[in-house]
Design a protein around this ligand. Structure first.
Ligand SMILES: *Cc1c(COP(=O)(O)O)cnc(C)c1O
Length: 397
């Protein structure tokens, strides 16, 4: 069984069996147990059979990390208490004086960490660029550039970065530069950045990988031994590790990742098309729609798209509030990737920590709305949007 499993590349089979190790354990439980013991018995001083102390690793975390590595086609996976902690550990691979070149359009929390922690406290040189424009990107690579940070699809506007082009341009300049990606919006199901030449992939598992809005966790996957060593150091020496219970929950969630992602996409595509044809909607950004400006790049590097849609409404904050106030199923809340549909206004919610200057440059205006389409019945979701948009339009007259 072990050898057959090692040879399969089918995602759905790996999501359920990879790393679970039931064939290796002496007990007969099909599901890896929640192992809460903080320490393990030694046979004699210096003689240890398996695990030692919980910070250094435990059976539940191992099962999850092995599954994550398999799903991302990676040799190594490490888990962290949240997505921001995963980003922190990966970025701290850089030393004072090194330069990080990061994508302009990205998750506000990672942007804030880059500026307030890596730049201000760790003396990292930092630049942002719009990675859609390769010449601008190339101009900002420097002799001390150590890391390039991509986010694709990006938050909150669902822009797509051409991963292979960025990797090729970077490596041509200096093959030692580490290219990283925050792949949270794609999940491991729809995008395999390591196969496109990226050195390390980060996810906020709080989103699609766990997918039930009840766990806070992050992970990094890589094939690079030096990065893996650094991440292990972050766990063992810096103590940045997730809770075992959260590992158990996330491991359980991974088994339905393919089912959930297919449904997220099916629902989101129908909703994006509905929004695109609605008179109260100015424009829609969903990479799987032919109208998306980077639709060709999307088709080249992703096998599908998650449930994330951004759209601009015709109206001011007052009108947007009217629309949101009438929604009955879709919930006004931050976060994404769960079974339930969530909606938010980035300017006054998730991006409120971003400076006004940055918001203007990125085109994040008050009428930009972001939906995380869940896995409810899509007819109900469209009906909910339709009645709320009608209510908004009525009030505008
Ligand atoms: C949520 C999110 C993060 C941060 O993850 P946490 O688990 O909340 O720390 C980073 N990047 C993206 C794209 C996210 O959506």
């Amino acid at each position: 069984m072990a050898s057959f499993l090692e040879s399969t590349t089918a995602f759905a089979t790996k999501a359920i069996h990879a790393g679970q190790g039931s064939e290796h354990r002496s007990d007969t439980q099909v599901v890896p147990p929640l192992s809460l013991s903080s320490t393990h018995r030694w046979d004699a001083p210096g003689e240890l059979r398996g695990h030692e102390y919980i910070r250094l690793g435990n059976p539940t975390r191992d099962a999850l990390e092995n599954a994550l590595a398999s799903l991302e086609d990676a040799k190594y996976a490490k888990t962290f208490p949240c997505g921001l902690a995963a980003a922190y550990c990966l970025m701290s691979f850089c030393n004072p004086g090194d330069h990080i070149l990061a994508a302009d359009c990205m998750y506000g929390g990672v942007r804030k960490q880059l500026s307030l922690v890596h730049k201000s406290k760790h003396s990292i040189e930092l630049d942002f660029a719009d990675f859609k424009y390769v010449d601008e990107f190339k101009r900002l690579l420097k002799p001390n550039t150590k890391m390039v940070w991509i986010e694709s699809p990006s938050n909150p506007k669902l822009e797509i970065v051409d991963i292979q082009t960025i990797v090729a341009t970077t490596k041509e300049f200096n093959k030692n530069i580490v290219v990283c990606i925050d792949s949270t919006f794609a999940s491991s199901y729809f995008q395999k950045p390591l196969n496109l030449g990226v050195d390390a992939v980060m996810h906020s598992m709080t989103k699609y990988l766990n997918g039930h809005s009840d766990v806070l966790m992050g992970c990094v996957m890589t094939n690079d031994e030096k990065i893996e060593e650094h991440l292990k150091f972050s766990q063992d020496v810096m103590g940045i590790v997730p809770s075992t219970f959260d590992c158990y929950m996330a491991n359980r969630s991974l088994k339905t990742l393919p089912l959930r992602m297919e449904k997220h996409m099916e629902n989101a595509l129908a909703i994006a098309q509905f929004l695109e044809s609605h008179p109260a909607v100015e424009s829609v950004s969903y990479p799987a729609l032919p109208s998306h400006p980077q639709h060709d790049v999307y088709k080249k590097q992703m096998t599908g798209m998650s449930g994330m849609i951004a759209f601009f409404l015709k109206g001011k904050l007052k009108n947007i509030k009217e629309f949101l106030g009438h929604l009955k199923i879709i919930t006004l809340a931050e976060s994404l990737g769960g079974c339930e549909s969530l909606i938010e206004v980035p300017l006054v919610m998730t991006q409120r920590i971003t400076s006004e200057e940055d918001l203007i440059r990125m085109g994040i205006t008050v009428n930009l709305v972001r939906i995380s389409v869940g896995v409810e019945d899509v007819k109900d979701l469209i009906a909910d949007l339709e009645q709320a948009l009608s209510a908004m339009t009525r009030a505008q007259k």
